[in-house]
Design a protein around this ligand. Sequence first.
Ligand code: GYE
Length: 349
Amino acid sequence: MTNPRRHLVRTVAVCTLALPALLMAGCHTSAPTTGGGGSTGGGTASGGGGTPPPLTKKAHYVVGFSQVVSNNPWRIAETNSMKAEAAKRGDKLIFTDATDSEAKQIADVTSMVAQHVDLIFLAPKSEKPLAQAVLKAKAANIPVILLDRRVDAAMAKPGADYVTFIGSDFVDQGKRAGQWLVKATGGKAKIIELEGTAGSSPAIDRKKGFDDVVTGQPGMQIIASQPADFARDKGRQVTETLLQAHPDVTVVYAHNDEMALGAISALEAAGKKPGKDVLVVSIDGERDGLQAIADGKLNYDVQSSPFFGPVAFGALDSYAGGQKVPAGIVVHDKAYDAANARQEIASSY
Ligand code: GYE
Protein backbone atom coordinates (compact mmCIF):
# COMPACT_ATOMS: atom_id res chain seq x y z
CA MET A 1 0.00 0.00 0.00
CA THR A 2 1.22 3.49 -0.76
CA ASN A 3 2.19 5.49 2.30
CA PRO A 4 1.02 9.09 1.79
CA ARG A 5 3.75 10.37 4.09
CA ARG A 6 6.35 9.05 1.68
CA HIS A 7 4.80 11.22 -1.01
CA LEU A 8 5.12 14.20 1.28
CA VAL A 9 8.75 13.51 2.07
CA ARG A 10 9.62 13.06 -1.59
CA THR A 11 7.83 16.27 -2.33
CA VAL A 12 10.27 18.48 -0.50
CA ALA A 13 13.16 16.96 -2.40
CA VAL A 14 11.65 17.57 -5.83
CA CYS A 15 10.46 21.07 -5.09
CA THR A 16 13.43 22.78 -6.62
CA LEU A 17 13.48 20.59 -9.71
CA ALA A 18 11.54 21.21 -12.90
CA LEU A 19 7.81 21.19 -12.18
CA PRO A 20 4.79 22.64 -13.93
CA ALA A 21 4.92 26.40 -13.65
CA LEU A 22 1.62 26.64 -11.82
CA LEU A 23 2.73 24.40 -9.02
CA MET A 24 6.21 25.87 -8.89
CA ALA A 25 4.56 29.05 -7.73
CA GLY A 26 4.36 27.33 -4.34
CA CYS A 27 8.03 26.54 -3.98
CA HIS A 28 8.94 29.47 -1.78
CA THR A 29 8.48 30.01 1.92
CA SER A 30 5.12 29.15 3.44
CA ALA A 31 3.44 28.13 0.23
CA PRO A 32 2.86 24.69 -1.24
CA THR A 33 5.26 22.64 -3.32
CA THR A 34 4.68 19.46 -5.23
CA GLY A 35 5.66 15.84 -5.02
CA GLY A 36 4.51 12.24 -5.01
CA GLY A 37 2.81 10.62 -7.94
CA GLY A 38 -0.69 9.72 -9.01
CA SER A 39 -1.75 6.20 -9.87
CA THR A 40 -3.55 5.12 -12.99
CA GLY A 41 -6.05 2.43 -13.92
CA GLY A 42 -9.77 1.77 -14.27
CA GLY A 43 -12.21 3.59 -11.97
CA THR A 44 -14.15 2.15 -9.03
CA ALA A 45 -15.99 4.03 -6.31
CA SER A 46 -15.11 1.64 -3.50
CA GLY A 47 -11.82 3.30 -2.72
CA GLY A 48 -8.24 2.42 -3.45
CA GLY A 49 -8.47 1.95 -7.17
CA GLY A 50 -8.56 3.64 -10.53
CA THR A 51 -8.12 7.31 -11.23
CA PRO A 52 -10.03 10.35 -9.97
CA PRO A 53 -12.94 11.54 -12.15
CA PRO A 54 -11.77 13.73 -15.05
CA LEU A 55 -12.20 17.50 -15.22
CA THR A 56 -12.96 19.16 -18.54
CA LYS A 57 -10.99 22.34 -19.20
CA LYS A 58 -13.25 25.43 -19.13
CA ALA A 59 -12.86 29.20 -19.12
CA HIS A 60 -14.67 29.34 -15.78
CA TYR A 61 -15.57 26.70 -13.22
CA VAL A 62 -18.24 26.22 -10.59
CA VAL A 63 -16.46 24.69 -7.62
CA GLY A 64 -17.47 23.75 -4.09
CA PHE A 65 -15.43 24.56 -1.01
CA SER A 66 -16.50 22.57 2.04
CA GLN A 67 -14.94 24.28 5.04
CA VAL A 68 -14.96 22.37 8.34
CA VAL A 69 -15.55 25.27 10.74
CA SER A 70 -15.20 29.06 10.87
CA ASN A 71 -14.53 29.62 14.55
CA ASN A 72 -10.97 30.89 14.35
CA PRO A 73 -8.71 33.24 12.36
CA TRP A 74 -6.87 30.36 10.66
CA ARG A 75 -10.10 29.05 9.10
CA ILE A 76 -11.24 32.53 8.12
CA ALA A 77 -7.88 33.26 6.46
CA GLU A 78 -8.17 30.02 4.50
CA THR A 79 -11.73 30.77 3.40
CA ASN A 80 -10.77 34.32 2.39
CA SER A 81 -7.84 32.99 0.37
CA MET A 82 -10.11 30.56 -1.50
CA LYS A 83 -12.82 33.17 -2.10
CA ALA A 84 -10.33 35.79 -3.28
CA GLU A 85 -8.71 33.41 -5.75
CA ALA A 86 -12.07 32.26 -7.15
CA ALA A 87 -13.18 35.88 -7.57
CA LYS A 88 -9.91 36.84 -9.27
CA ARG A 89 -10.40 34.06 -11.82
CA GLY A 90 -14.11 34.64 -12.35
CA ASP A 91 -14.93 31.16 -11.02
CA LYS A 92 -18.01 30.54 -8.89
CA LEU A 93 -17.30 29.20 -5.40
CA ILE A 94 -20.10 27.44 -3.57
CA PHE A 95 -19.05 27.75 0.08
CA THR A 96 -20.33 25.69 3.00
CA ASP A 97 -19.32 25.71 6.68
CA ALA A 98 -19.80 22.35 8.44
CA THR A 99 -19.68 24.01 11.90
CA ASP A 100 -17.28 21.26 13.02
CA SER A 101 -19.90 18.55 12.42
CA GLU A 102 -18.93 15.45 10.43
CA ALA A 103 -22.60 14.75 9.60
CA LYS A 104 -23.09 18.29 8.27
CA GLN A 105 -19.89 18.14 6.27
CA ILE A 106 -20.96 14.89 4.60
CA ALA A 107 -24.35 16.52 3.84
CA ASP A 108 -22.58 19.62 2.48
CA VAL A 109 -20.54 17.50 0.06
CA THR A 110 -23.65 15.53 -0.92
CA SER A 111 -25.40 18.80 -1.72
CA MET A 112 -22.46 19.95 -3.87
CA VAL A 113 -22.66 16.65 -5.74
CA ALA A 114 -26.40 17.24 -6.31
CA GLN A 115 -25.56 20.69 -7.72
CA HIS A 116 -23.12 19.07 -10.19
CA VAL A 117 -20.19 21.32 -9.35
CA ASP A 118 -17.10 20.84 -11.53
CA LEU A 119 -14.81 20.01 -8.59
CA ILE A 120 -14.97 19.95 -4.80
CA PHE A 121 -12.31 21.41 -2.53
CA LEU A 122 -12.74 19.65 0.80
CA ALA A 123 -11.12 20.61 4.13
CA PRO A 124 -12.21 17.43 5.98
CA LYS A 125 -12.86 17.39 9.71
CA SER A 126 -11.51 13.90 10.39
CA GLU A 127 -9.77 11.10 8.51
CA LYS A 128 -12.33 8.30 8.49
CA PRO A 129 -15.89 9.73 8.26
CA LEU A 130 -14.97 12.19 5.53
CA ALA A 131 -13.34 9.48 3.39
CA GLN A 132 -16.94 8.44 2.69
CA ALA A 133 -17.72 11.89 1.29
CA VAL A 134 -14.71 11.64 -1.03
CA LEU A 135 -15.96 8.29 -2.34
CA LYS A 136 -19.48 9.67 -2.83
CA ALA A 137 -18.14 12.48 -4.99
CA LYS A 138 -16.02 10.01 -6.93
CA ALA A 139 -19.06 7.78 -7.54
CA ALA A 140 -20.87 10.86 -8.93
CA ASN A 141 -17.88 11.54 -11.21
CA ILE A 142 -16.84 14.75 -9.45
CA PRO A 143 -13.12 15.19 -8.68
CA VAL A 144 -12.06 16.21 -5.17
CA ILE A 145 -8.98 18.07 -3.96
CA LEU A 146 -8.31 17.84 -0.21
CA LEU A 147 -7.13 20.96 1.57
CA ASP A 148 -5.29 21.19 4.90
CA ARG A 149 -6.34 17.78 6.34
CA ARG A 150 -6.16 14.32 4.83
CA VAL A 151 -8.61 11.42 4.86
CA ASP A 152 -7.68 7.83 5.77
CA ALA A 153 -5.44 6.48 3.00
CA ALA A 154 -6.75 2.95 3.52
CA MET A 155 -10.26 4.19 2.62
CA ALA A 156 -9.54 6.72 -0.12
CA LYS A 157 -6.27 7.30 -1.93
CA PRO A 158 -4.79 10.41 -3.53
CA GLY A 159 -4.25 9.98 -7.26
CA ALA A 160 -6.98 7.32 -7.30
CA ASP A 161 -10.06 8.34 -5.31
CA TYR A 162 -9.25 12.04 -5.17
CA VAL A 163 -6.81 14.23 -7.06
CA THR A 164 -4.38 15.37 -4.39
CA PHE A 165 -3.88 16.54 -0.81
CA ILE A 166 -2.52 20.06 -0.38
CA GLY A 167 -1.24 20.81 3.11
CA SER A 168 1.56 20.94 5.64
CA ASP A 169 3.78 18.12 6.83
CA PHE A 170 2.19 17.82 10.28
CA VAL A 171 4.62 15.21 11.62
CA ASP A 172 7.44 17.60 10.83
CA GLN A 173 5.61 20.49 12.54
CA GLY A 174 5.31 18.43 15.76
CA LYS A 175 8.91 17.36 15.48
CA ARG A 176 10.12 20.94 15.13
CA ALA A 177 8.14 21.98 18.22
CA GLY A 178 9.71 19.07 20.15
CA GLN A 179 13.23 19.82 18.97
CA TRP A 180 12.93 23.45 19.97
CA LEU A 181 11.84 22.35 23.45
CA VAL A 182 14.74 19.94 23.85
CA LYS A 183 17.10 22.85 23.23
CA ALA A 184 15.19 25.35 25.36
CA THR A 185 14.85 23.05 28.38
CA GLY A 186 18.11 21.13 28.11
CA GLY A 187 15.97 18.00 27.80
CA LYS A 188 14.11 18.40 31.10
CA ALA A 189 10.35 18.99 31.04
CA LYS A 190 6.97 17.92 32.41
CA ILE A 191 4.60 18.47 29.51
CA ILE A 192 0.86 18.92 29.11
CA GLU A 193 -0.12 18.27 25.48
CA LEU A 194 -3.34 19.75 24.08
CA GLU A 195 -4.41 17.70 21.07
CA GLY A 196 -6.46 18.91 18.13
CA THR A 197 -9.75 17.36 16.98
CA ALA A 198 -9.70 13.61 17.62
CA GLY A 199 -9.31 11.62 14.41
CA SER A 200 -8.08 14.58 12.34
CA SER A 201 -4.80 14.22 10.48
CA PRO A 202 -3.07 17.29 12.01
CA ALA A 203 -3.91 16.07 15.54
CA ILE A 204 -2.65 12.55 14.81
CA ASP A 205 0.53 13.69 13.11
CA ARG A 206 1.42 16.68 15.30
CA LYS A 207 1.22 14.30 18.25
CA LYS A 208 3.33 11.68 16.55
CA GLY A 209 6.10 14.08 15.47
CA PHE A 210 6.31 15.68 18.91
CA ASP A 211 5.94 12.52 21.00
CA ASP A 212 8.67 10.76 19.00
CA VAL A 213 11.16 13.51 19.91
CA VAL A 214 10.14 13.53 23.58
CA THR A 215 10.29 9.73 23.89
CA GLY A 216 13.97 9.90 22.99
CA GLN A 217 14.65 12.25 25.95
CA PRO A 218 14.84 10.53 29.35
CA GLY A 219 14.35 13.83 31.21
CA MET A 220 11.19 14.80 29.31
CA GLN A 221 7.81 13.42 30.17
CA ILE A 222 4.30 13.99 28.77
CA ILE A 223 2.33 14.01 32.01
CA ALA A 224 -1.06 14.49 30.31
CA SER A 225 -2.30 14.57 26.71
CA GLN A 226 -5.91 15.38 25.91
CA PRO A 227 -8.01 16.64 22.97
CA ALA A 228 -9.22 20.24 23.12
CA ASP A 229 -10.71 20.35 19.60
CA PHE A 230 -8.40 23.05 18.17
CA ALA A 231 -10.60 25.57 20.06
CA ARG A 232 -9.57 28.38 22.42
CA ASP A 233 -12.28 27.91 25.01
CA LYS A 234 -11.79 24.16 25.15
CA GLY A 235 -8.03 24.71 25.44
CA ARG A 236 -8.64 26.90 28.48
CA GLN A 237 -11.08 24.45 30.10
CA VAL A 238 -8.89 21.38 29.55
CA THR A 239 -5.79 23.19 30.83
CA GLU A 240 -7.68 24.40 33.92
CA THR A 241 -8.64 20.83 34.78
CA LEU A 242 -5.23 19.35 34.00
CA LEU A 243 -3.44 22.01 36.09
CA GLN A 244 -5.28 20.83 39.20
CA ALA A 245 -3.92 17.30 38.78
CA HIS A 246 -0.49 18.44 37.52
CA PRO A 247 0.59 21.68 39.21
CA ASP A 248 4.22 20.68 38.54
CA VAL A 249 3.86 21.19 34.76
CA THR A 250 6.74 23.06 33.10
CA VAL A 251 5.59 23.03 29.44
CA VAL A 252 2.34 23.23 27.49
CA TYR A 253 2.48 21.97 23.89
CA ALA A 254 -0.69 22.82 21.96
CA HIS A 255 -1.48 21.51 18.46
CA ASN A 256 -2.68 25.00 17.45
CA ASP A 257 -2.53 28.63 18.56
CA GLU A 258 -6.17 28.83 19.61
CA MET A 259 -5.68 26.09 22.24
CA ALA A 260 -2.35 27.63 23.29
CA LEU A 261 -4.09 30.97 23.85
CA GLY A 262 -6.73 29.21 25.96
CA ALA A 263 -3.95 27.50 27.94
CA ILE A 264 -2.24 30.86 28.50
CA SER A 265 -5.45 32.22 30.10
CA ALA A 266 -5.75 29.13 32.30
CA LEU A 267 -2.11 29.38 33.41
CA GLU A 268 -2.57 33.04 34.29
CA ALA A 269 -5.78 32.27 36.21
CA ALA A 270 -3.82 29.66 38.18
CA GLY A 271 -1.22 32.28 39.14
CA LYS A 272 1.50 31.01 36.78
CA LYS A 273 3.46 33.06 34.27
CA PRO A 274 3.03 31.54 30.78
CA GLY A 275 6.23 31.84 28.76
CA LYS A 276 8.33 31.91 31.95
CA ASP A 277 7.19 29.51 34.73
CA VAL A 278 5.60 27.33 32.08
CA LEU A 279 6.92 27.39 28.50
CA VAL A 280 4.23 27.33 25.80
CA VAL A 281 4.83 26.02 22.28
CA SER A 282 2.30 25.87 19.51
CA ILE A 283 1.53 25.63 15.79
CA ASP A 284 -0.19 28.00 13.28
CA GLY A 285 1.18 31.55 13.43
CA GLU A 286 -2.05 33.53 13.89
CA ARG A 287 -1.81 37.22 14.71
CA ASP A 288 -2.87 36.56 18.32
CA GLY A 289 -0.18 33.88 18.56
CA LEU A 290 2.50 36.24 17.29
CA GLN A 291 1.27 38.92 19.68
CA ALA A 292 1.51 36.41 22.55
CA ILE A 293 5.15 35.80 21.57
CA ALA A 294 5.79 39.56 21.51
CA ASP A 295 4.19 39.73 24.99
CA GLY A 296 6.51 36.96 26.24
CA LYS A 297 3.66 34.49 26.90
CA LEU A 298 4.17 32.09 23.98
CA ASN A 299 7.70 30.86 23.33
CA TYR A 300 7.74 29.14 19.94
CA ASP A 301 5.20 28.81 17.14
CA VAL A 302 5.63 26.63 14.04
CA GLN A 303 3.78 28.14 11.12
CA SER A 304 0.94 26.29 9.36
CA SER A 305 0.02 28.41 6.37
CA PRO A 306 -3.71 28.85 5.62
CA PHE A 307 -3.22 30.59 2.27
CA PHE A 308 -4.38 27.83 -0.04
CA GLY A 309 -6.26 29.77 -2.76
CA PRO A 310 -3.58 30.18 -5.47
CA VAL A 311 -2.17 26.67 -5.11
CA ALA A 312 -5.59 24.99 -4.86
CA PHE A 313 -6.79 26.59 -8.10
CA GLY A 314 -3.36 26.03 -9.65
CA ALA A 315 -3.77 22.30 -9.00
CA LEU A 316 -7.29 22.45 -10.53
CA ASP A 317 -5.85 24.05 -13.68
CA SER A 318 -3.08 21.47 -13.93
CA TYR A 319 -5.58 18.66 -13.54
CA ALA A 320 -8.01 20.08 -16.10
CA GLY A 321 -5.08 20.66 -18.45
CA GLY A 322 -4.17 16.98 -18.35
CA GLN A 323 -0.89 17.48 -16.49
CA LYS A 324 0.11 14.89 -13.94
CA VAL A 325 -0.81 16.26 -10.52
CA PRO A 326 1.29 14.82 -7.69
CA ALA A 327 -0.54 12.93 -4.93
CA GLY A 328 0.76 15.35 -2.32
CA ILE A 329 1.47 19.08 -2.50
CA VAL A 330 3.35 20.09 0.63
CA VAL A 331 3.18 23.50 2.26
CA HIS A 332 6.54 24.67 3.63
CA ASP A 333 6.24 26.41 6.97
CA LYS A 334 8.54 28.73 8.82
CA ALA A 335 8.57 29.28 12.61
CA TYR A 336 8.26 32.22 14.96
CA ASP A 337 9.99 33.09 18.22
CA ALA A 338 10.94 36.23 20.12
CA ALA A 339 13.48 37.14 17.41
CA ASN A 340 11.00 37.51 14.51
CA ALA A 341 7.39 37.49 15.81
CA ARG A 342 7.01 41.23 16.32
CA GLN A 343 7.87 42.19 12.74
CA GLU A 344 5.53 39.50 11.34
CA ILE A 345 2.43 40.74 13.19
CA ALA A 346 1.50 43.34 10.58
CA SER A 347 1.30 40.75 7.78
CA SER A 348 -0.42 38.06 9.84
CA TYR A 349 -4.12 37.14 10.08
O1 GYE B 1 -3.73 24.19 12.44
C1 GYE B 1 -5.97 24.55 13.01
C2 GYE B 1 -7.22 24.25 12.32
O2 GYE B 1 -6.13 21.51 9.61
C3 GYE B 1 -4.00 22.49 9.48
O3 GYE B 1 -6.93 23.03 11.70
C4 GYE B 1 -5.39 22.65 9.93
C5 GYE B 1 -5.56 22.95 11.42
C6 GYE B 1 -5.00 24.26 11.91
O4 GYE B 1 -8.43 24.39 12.90
O5 GYE B 1 -5.84 25.79 13.60
